[in-house]
Ligand binder design. Structure first.
Ligand code: MLT
Length: 400
Protein backbone atom coordinates (compact mmCIF):
# COMPACT_ATOMS: atom_id res chain seq x y z
CA UNK A 1 0.00 0.00 0.00
CA UNK A 2 1.23 3.49 -0.75
CA UNK A 3 0.90 6.33 1.72
CA UNK A 4 -2.42 7.85 0.73
CA UNK A 5 -1.70 10.98 2.70
CA UNK A 6 0.24 12.14 -0.34
CA UNK A 7 -3.10 12.66 -2.05
CA UNK A 8 -3.83 15.38 0.51
CA UNK A 9 -0.94 17.63 -0.49
CA UNK A 10 -0.41 19.52 -3.76
CA UNK A 11 0.99 17.27 -6.49
CA UNK A 12 4.25 19.25 -6.71
CA UNK A 13 6.20 21.02 -4.01
CA UNK A 14 5.62 24.78 -4.38
CA UNK A 15 9.06 25.64 -5.75
CA UNK A 16 9.09 22.66 -8.13
CA UNK A 17 5.77 23.87 -9.54
CA UNK A 18 7.22 27.35 -10.08
CA UNK A 19 10.31 25.93 -11.80
CA UNK A 20 8.09 23.89 -14.13
CA UNK A 21 6.03 26.92 -15.10
CA UNK A 22 9.13 29.06 -15.68
CA UNK A 23 10.75 26.31 -17.78
CA UNK A 24 7.60 26.13 -19.94
CA UNK A 25 7.61 29.93 -20.35
CA UNK A 26 11.29 29.96 -21.37
CA UNK A 27 10.75 27.09 -23.80
CA UNK A 28 7.90 29.07 -25.43
CA UNK A 29 9.90 32.28 -25.62
CA UNK A 30 13.66 31.67 -25.23
CA UNK A 31 14.47 35.30 -26.08
CA UNK A 32 13.12 36.63 -22.77
CA UNK A 33 15.66 37.28 -20.03
CA UNK A 34 13.84 35.84 -17.03
CA UNK A 35 14.79 37.26 -13.63
CA UNK A 36 14.08 34.89 -10.75
CA UNK A 37 13.00 36.43 -7.47
CA UNK A 38 11.05 33.31 -6.52
CA UNK A 39 12.81 30.71 -4.39
CA UNK A 40 14.91 32.18 -1.61
CA UNK A 41 18.23 31.02 -3.00
CA UNK A 42 21.34 33.07 -2.32
CA UNK A 43 23.50 34.43 -5.14
CA UNK A 44 26.63 35.71 -3.37
CA UNK A 45 29.47 33.19 -3.02
CA UNK A 46 30.43 31.64 0.30
CA UNK A 47 32.52 33.80 2.65
CA UNK A 48 36.25 33.36 1.88
CA UNK A 49 36.92 32.29 5.47
CA UNK A 50 34.48 29.43 4.97
CA UNK A 51 36.01 28.38 1.66
CA UNK A 52 39.54 28.42 3.15
CA UNK A 53 38.41 26.23 6.05
CA UNK A 54 36.82 23.75 3.65
CA UNK A 55 39.98 23.64 1.48
CA UNK A 56 42.08 22.94 4.56
CA UNK A 57 39.66 20.16 5.53
CA UNK A 58 39.96 18.72 2.00
CA UNK A 59 43.72 18.53 2.45
CA UNK A 60 43.23 16.74 5.76
CA UNK A 61 41.08 14.18 3.95
CA UNK A 62 43.97 13.55 1.53
CA UNK A 63 46.34 12.48 4.29
CA UNK A 64 45.99 9.17 6.14
CA UNK A 65 47.06 10.85 9.41
CA UNK A 66 44.20 13.36 9.34
CA UNK A 67 41.64 11.52 7.23
CA UNK A 68 38.14 11.13 8.78
CA UNK A 69 35.58 8.44 8.06
CA UNK A 70 32.17 8.33 9.69
CA UNK A 71 31.73 11.28 12.01
CA UNK A 72 29.49 11.54 15.05
CA UNK A 73 25.84 11.56 13.89
CA UNK A 74 25.15 14.49 16.20
CA UNK A 75 27.91 16.55 14.58
CA UNK A 76 31.52 17.22 15.51
CA UNK A 77 32.16 18.77 18.91
CA UNK A 78 34.13 21.65 17.37
CA UNK A 79 31.03 22.85 15.47
CA UNK A 80 28.60 22.32 18.35
CA UNK A 81 30.92 24.30 20.60
CA UNK A 82 31.19 27.12 18.03
CA UNK A 83 27.38 27.30 17.93
CA UNK A 84 27.10 27.48 21.72
CA UNK A 85 29.53 30.44 21.64
CA UNK A 86 27.38 32.11 18.95
CA UNK A 87 24.30 31.80 21.18
CA UNK A 88 26.02 33.74 23.96
CA UNK A 89 25.52 36.80 21.69
CA UNK A 90 21.82 36.41 22.52
CA UNK A 91 22.57 35.69 26.19
CA UNK A 92 21.54 32.07 25.67
CA UNK A 93 23.62 29.44 27.45
CA UNK A 94 23.51 26.07 25.70
CA UNK A 95 25.34 22.86 26.31
CA UNK A 96 26.97 21.49 23.11
CA UNK A 97 25.13 18.22 23.80
CA UNK A 98 21.87 20.05 23.16
CA UNK A 99 22.91 20.82 19.56
CA UNK A 100 22.42 18.46 16.63
CA UNK A 101 24.11 19.25 13.32
CA UNK A 102 22.00 18.64 10.24
CA UNK A 103 22.08 19.11 6.49
CA UNK A 104 19.71 22.08 6.81
CA UNK A 105 16.49 23.18 8.47
CA UNK A 106 14.10 21.66 5.93
CA UNK A 107 15.15 18.07 6.71
CA UNK A 108 14.86 18.44 10.48
CA UNK A 109 11.54 20.32 10.33
CA UNK A 110 9.97 17.27 8.73
CA UNK A 111 12.13 14.48 10.18
CA UNK A 112 11.38 15.69 13.70
CA UNK A 113 7.92 14.15 13.35
CA UNK A 114 9.52 10.71 13.77
CA UNK A 115 9.81 11.29 17.51
CA UNK A 116 6.16 12.28 18.02
CA UNK A 117 3.13 10.02 17.99
CA UNK A 118 1.58 9.44 14.56
CA UNK A 119 -1.72 11.26 14.30
CA UNK A 120 -0.53 14.19 16.41
CA UNK A 121 -2.43 17.45 16.18
CA UNK A 122 -0.25 20.18 14.72
CA UNK A 123 -0.92 23.90 14.79
CA UNK A 124 0.70 25.85 11.99
CA UNK A 125 0.49 29.49 10.97
CA UNK A 126 -1.24 30.34 7.74
CA UNK A 127 0.54 31.56 5.60
CA UNK A 128 3.88 29.88 6.27
CA UNK A 129 6.72 27.82 4.76
CA UNK A 130 4.90 24.92 3.02
CA UNK A 131 7.22 22.22 4.42
CA UNK A 132 5.32 22.25 7.75
CA UNK A 133 1.96 21.50 6.14
CA UNK A 134 3.33 19.03 3.63
CA UNK A 135 5.39 16.95 6.07
CA UNK A 136 2.70 16.85 8.74
CA UNK A 137 0.11 15.83 6.19
CA UNK A 138 2.41 13.12 4.78
CA UNK A 139 2.76 11.78 8.33
CA UNK A 140 -0.99 11.64 8.84
CA UNK A 141 -1.07 14.41 11.42
CA UNK A 142 -4.14 16.56 11.80
CA UNK A 143 -3.57 20.23 11.13
CA UNK A 144 -5.07 23.26 12.82
CA UNK A 145 -4.28 26.72 11.52
CA UNK A 146 -3.36 29.94 13.30
CA UNK A 147 -4.55 32.67 10.96
CA UNK A 148 -2.14 35.37 9.94
CA UNK A 149 -3.63 38.33 8.13
CA UNK A 150 -3.21 42.05 7.63
CA UNK A 151 -5.05 42.92 10.82
CA UNK A 152 -2.61 40.98 13.02
CA UNK A 153 0.39 41.93 10.88
CA UNK A 154 0.68 38.28 9.82
CA UNK A 155 1.61 37.40 13.39
CA UNK A 156 -1.14 35.18 14.77
CA UNK A 157 -1.52 35.06 18.55
CA UNK A 158 -2.30 31.81 20.33
CA UNK A 159 -6.02 31.00 20.35
CA UNK A 160 -7.73 32.16 23.55
CA UNK A 161 -9.37 28.77 23.97
CA UNK A 162 -9.08 25.48 22.13
CA UNK A 163 -11.36 22.53 21.74
CA UNK A 164 -8.43 20.31 20.82
CA UNK A 165 -5.01 20.59 22.39
CA UNK A 166 -2.25 20.95 19.78
CA UNK A 167 0.61 18.53 20.33
CA UNK A 168 2.95 20.47 18.08
CA UNK A 169 3.12 24.14 17.17
CA UNK A 170 5.31 25.44 14.36
CA UNK A 171 6.47 29.05 14.54
CA UNK A 172 8.62 30.73 11.92
CA UNK A 173 10.04 34.08 13.02
CA UNK A 174 11.07 36.08 11.06
CA UNK A 175 8.34 34.56 9.00
CA UNK A 176 8.67 33.02 5.59
CA UNK A 177 6.89 34.33 3.48
CA UNK A 178 5.60 37.50 5.18
CA UNK A 179 8.83 38.75 6.77
CA UNK A 180 6.96 39.62 9.98
CA UNK A 181 8.69 38.79 13.26
CA UNK A 182 7.50 38.23 16.82
CA UNK A 183 8.70 40.53 19.56
CA UNK A 184 9.77 39.09 22.89
CA UNK A 185 6.37 39.94 24.28
CA UNK A 186 4.28 38.38 21.50
CA UNK A 187 6.48 35.27 21.28
CA UNK A 188 6.27 34.73 25.02
CA UNK A 189 2.48 34.36 24.66
CA UNK A 190 3.10 31.26 22.54
CA UNK A 191 5.41 29.90 25.22
CA UNK A 192 2.72 30.40 27.88
CA UNK A 193 0.19 28.71 25.61
CA UNK A 194 2.48 25.75 24.87
CA UNK A 195 3.25 25.27 28.55
CA UNK A 196 -0.40 25.38 29.54
CA UNK A 197 -1.36 22.74 26.95
CA UNK A 198 1.81 20.63 27.10
CA UNK A 199 2.49 21.35 23.42
CA UNK A 200 5.96 21.36 21.87
CA UNK A 201 6.93 24.40 19.78
CA UNK A 202 9.12 23.79 16.76
CA UNK A 203 10.69 27.20 16.27
CA UNK A 204 12.13 27.83 12.81
CA UNK A 205 14.87 30.46 13.19
CA UNK A 206 16.25 30.15 9.64
CA UNK A 207 16.06 33.91 9.08
CA UNK A 208 17.35 35.11 12.47
CA UNK A 209 20.46 36.69 10.97
CA UNK A 210 18.28 39.08 8.93
CA UNK A 211 16.79 40.73 12.03
CA UNK A 212 17.61 44.44 12.10
CA UNK A 213 15.13 45.77 14.67
CA UNK A 214 15.71 45.69 18.42
CA UNK A 215 13.36 43.69 20.64
CA UNK A 216 13.03 40.78 18.22
CA UNK A 217 14.39 37.52 19.59
CA UNK A 218 16.95 35.69 17.44
CA UNK A 219 16.36 32.53 19.43
CA UNK A 220 13.27 31.34 21.28
CA UNK A 221 15.62 30.41 24.12
CA UNK A 222 16.08 34.09 24.89
CA UNK A 223 12.68 33.83 26.56
CA UNK A 224 11.92 32.40 29.98
CA UNK A 225 10.60 28.83 30.10
CA UNK A 226 11.23 28.15 26.39
CA UNK A 227 13.57 25.36 27.46
CA UNK A 228 10.52 23.52 28.81
CA UNK A 229 8.55 23.56 25.59
CA UNK A 230 10.61 24.38 22.49
CA UNK A 231 12.91 22.93 19.88
CA UNK A 232 14.78 25.38 17.65
CA UNK A 233 15.73 24.61 14.07
CA UNK A 234 18.20 26.79 12.22
CA UNK A 235 20.21 26.74 9.05
CA UNK A 236 23.31 28.30 7.56
CA UNK A 237 21.59 28.50 4.15
CA UNK A 238 20.53 32.10 4.53
CA UNK A 239 22.96 33.08 7.31
CA UNK A 240 26.09 32.23 5.33
CA UNK A 241 25.04 31.22 1.82
CA UNK A 242 24.91 27.45 2.45
CA UNK A 243 21.87 26.70 0.25
CA UNK A 244 24.00 24.42 -1.92
CA UNK A 245 26.54 23.51 0.74
CA UNK A 246 23.98 22.18 3.24
CA UNK A 247 24.44 22.60 6.95
CA UNK A 248 22.11 23.54 9.76
CA UNK A 249 21.45 22.67 13.37
CA UNK A 250 18.68 21.87 15.79
CA UNK A 251 18.66 22.70 19.48
CA UNK A 252 16.79 20.39 21.82
CA UNK A 253 17.16 21.47 25.42
CA UNK A 254 18.00 18.86 28.00
CA UNK A 255 15.02 20.00 30.04
CA UNK A 256 12.51 19.27 27.26
CA UNK A 257 10.79 16.16 28.55
CA UNK A 258 7.56 14.43 27.58
CA UNK A 259 6.25 11.19 29.11
CA UNK A 260 9.35 11.26 31.36
CA UNK A 261 11.63 10.97 28.33
CA UNK A 262 14.07 13.61 27.11
CA UNK A 263 13.19 14.52 23.53
CA UNK A 264 16.91 14.97 22.81
CA UNK A 265 17.42 11.28 23.63
CA UNK A 266 14.75 10.24 21.13
CA UNK A 267 16.14 12.57 18.47
CA UNK A 268 19.65 11.19 18.94
CA UNK A 269 18.24 7.68 18.63
CA UNK A 270 16.44 8.72 15.44
CA UNK A 271 19.48 10.42 13.94
CA UNK A 272 21.90 7.60 14.74
CA UNK A 273 19.52 5.21 12.97
CA UNK A 274 18.60 7.25 9.91
CA UNK A 275 21.39 9.81 9.42
CA UNK A 276 25.15 9.49 9.07
CA UNK A 277 25.97 13.10 9.73
CA UNK A 278 27.12 16.09 7.71
CA UNK A 279 30.46 15.71 5.87
CA UNK A 280 33.56 16.72 7.85
CA UNK A 281 34.59 19.23 5.16
CA UNK A 282 31.23 21.00 5.39
CA UNK A 283 31.29 21.06 9.18
CA UNK A 284 34.74 22.70 9.11
CA UNK A 285 33.27 25.33 6.74
CA UNK A 286 30.32 25.79 9.09
CA UNK A 287 32.65 26.19 12.07
CA UNK A 288 34.39 29.01 10.18
CA UNK A 289 31.04 30.86 9.84
CA UNK A 290 31.11 31.43 13.60
CA UNK A 291 34.62 32.94 13.73
CA UNK A 292 34.79 36.76 13.94
CA UNK A 293 35.92 36.91 10.27
CA UNK A 294 33.22 34.46 9.14
CA UNK A 295 30.51 36.38 10.96
CA UNK A 296 31.63 39.71 9.59
CA UNK A 297 31.83 38.41 5.99
CA UNK A 298 28.39 36.81 6.37
CA UNK A 299 26.97 40.05 7.77
CA UNK A 300 28.35 41.97 4.81
CA UNK A 301 26.46 39.61 2.49
CA UNK A 302 23.27 39.98 4.51
CA UNK A 303 23.57 43.76 4.29
CA UNK A 304 23.85 43.42 0.50
CA UNK A 305 20.55 41.48 0.46
CA UNK A 306 18.94 44.08 2.75
CA UNK A 307 19.94 46.76 0.23
CA UNK A 308 18.34 44.64 -2.50
CA UNK A 309 15.15 44.57 -0.42
CA UNK A 310 15.19 48.37 -0.16
CA UNK A 311 15.59 48.65 -3.95
CA UNK A 312 12.61 46.34 -4.56
CA UNK A 313 10.44 48.10 -1.95
CA UNK A 314 11.23 51.49 -3.48
CA UNK A 315 10.25 50.24 -6.98
CA UNK A 316 7.01 48.74 -5.68
CA UNK A 317 6.18 51.96 -3.82
CA UNK A 318 6.76 54.00 -6.99
CA UNK A 319 4.62 51.55 -8.92
CA UNK A 320 1.81 51.93 -6.40
CA UNK A 321 2.05 55.76 -6.51
CA UNK A 322 1.61 55.73 -10.27
CA UNK A 323 -0.86 52.85 -10.67
CA UNK A 324 -3.06 53.19 -7.52
CA UNK A 325 -3.66 49.48 -7.90
CA UNK A 326 -3.94 48.81 -4.18
CA UNK A 327 -0.74 46.91 -3.54
CA UNK A 328 0.44 46.88 0.06
CA UNK A 329 3.89 45.90 1.27
CA UNK A 330 5.07 43.84 4.23
CA UNK A 331 8.42 42.45 5.34
CA UNK A 332 11.82 43.23 3.88
CA UNK A 333 13.16 44.68 7.14
CA UNK A 334 13.86 41.66 9.36
CA UNK A 335 13.78 39.15 6.53
CA UNK A 336 14.95 38.73 2.94
CA UNK A 337 11.35 38.57 1.70
CA UNK A 338 8.95 41.26 0.56
CA UNK A 339 5.36 40.17 0.83
CA UNK A 340 2.80 42.20 -1.10
CA UNK A 341 -0.90 42.37 -1.65
CA UNK A 342 -1.40 41.81 -5.37
CA UNK A 343 -2.50 44.75 -7.52
CA UNK A 344 -6.14 45.20 -8.56
CA UNK A 345 -7.30 42.34 -6.33
CA UNK A 346 -5.57 39.75 -8.50
CA UNK A 347 -5.18 36.25 -7.14
CA UNK A 348 -1.66 35.05 -6.41
CA UNK A 349 -1.22 32.79 -9.44
CA UNK A 350 -2.91 35.36 -11.71
CA UNK A 351 -0.32 37.92 -10.69
CA UNK A 352 2.44 35.31 -11.08
CA UNK A 353 1.37 34.72 -14.71
CA UNK A 354 0.97 38.44 -15.42
CA UNK A 355 4.40 39.34 -14.04
CA UNK A 356 6.04 36.48 -15.92
CA UNK A 357 4.33 37.24 -19.23
CA UNK A 358 4.67 41.03 -19.13
CA UNK A 359 7.95 41.55 -17.28
CA UNK A 360 9.69 38.14 -17.32
CA UNK A 361 9.90 38.36 -13.53
CA UNK A 362 9.40 35.36 -11.26
CA UNK A 363 8.06 35.62 -7.74
CA UNK A 364 6.26 33.21 -5.44
CA UNK A 365 2.46 33.16 -5.24
CA UNK A 366 1.32 33.73 -1.66
CA UNK A 367 -1.36 31.06 -2.08
CA UNK A 368 1.46 28.49 -2.12
CA UNK A 369 2.06 29.29 1.57
CA UNK A 370 -1.52 28.61 2.65
CA UNK A 371 -5.03 29.83 1.99
CA UNK A 372 -4.40 33.12 3.81
CA UNK A 373 -1.66 33.87 1.30
CA UNK A 374 -4.20 34.00 -1.53
CA UNK A 375 -4.16 37.43 -3.15
CA UNK A 376 -0.56 38.03 -2.00
CA UNK A 377 2.82 37.55 -3.61
CA UNK A 378 6.40 37.15 -2.37
CA UNK A 379 9.60 38.56 -3.87
CA UNK A 380 13.01 37.54 -2.58
CA UNK A 381 15.90 39.94 -2.03
CA UNK A 382 18.49 37.25 -2.75
CA UNK A 383 19.10 38.22 -6.39
CA UNK A 384 22.31 39.68 -7.75
CA UNK A 385 22.41 43.51 -7.57
CA UNK A 386 22.39 43.74 -11.34
CA UNK A 387 19.25 41.61 -11.60
CA UNK A 388 17.54 43.41 -8.73
CA UNK A 389 18.13 46.81 -10.38
CA UNK A 390 16.78 45.46 -13.66
CA UNK A 391 13.79 43.90 -11.86
CA UNK A 392 13.08 47.24 -10.15
CA UNK A 393 13.06 48.94 -13.53
CA UNK A 394 10.63 46.36 -14.91
CA UNK A 395 8.34 46.78 -11.88
CA UNK A 396 8.24 50.57 -12.37
CA UNK A 397 7.33 50.05 -16.05
CA UNK A 398 4.75 47.34 -15.47
CA UNK A 399 1.38 48.03 -17.07
CA UNK A 400 -1.52 46.10 -15.63
C1 MLT B 1 11.97 29.69 0.21
O1 MLT B 1 12.16 30.26 -0.85
O2 MLT B 1 10.91 29.74 0.83
C2 MLT B 1 13.10 28.93 0.80
O3 MLT B 1 14.27 29.14 0.08
C3 MLT B 1 12.84 27.52 0.75
C4 MLT B 1 13.78 26.75 1.60
O4 MLT B 1 14.56 27.32 2.37
O5 MLT B 1 13.71 25.54 1.52
Amino acid sequence: MINNNFSLIPESYLFSEISKRVAAFSARDPSRNVIRLGIGDVTLPLPLTVVSAMKKACDEMADAKTFRGYGPEQGYGFLREAITRYYTNFSVELNPNEIFISDGAKSDLGNMLDIFAPGSITLIPNPVYPTYFDTNTMSGNRILFADGNESNGFLPSPPSSVTEKPDLIYICSPNNPTGSAYTRETLSKWIDFAISYGSVIIFDAAYESFITEPGIPHSIFELPRARECAIEVCSLSKTAGFTGTRCGYTVIPDSLVRNNIKLSKLWLRRQTTKFNGVPYIIQRGAEAVFTPEGLSESRRNIEYYHENARIIISALSDFESSSHSGIKLFGGVNAPYIFMKCPNGLKSWEFFDLLLEKSALVGTPGAGFGSNGEGYFRLTAFGSRENVIEAAERIRNLSL
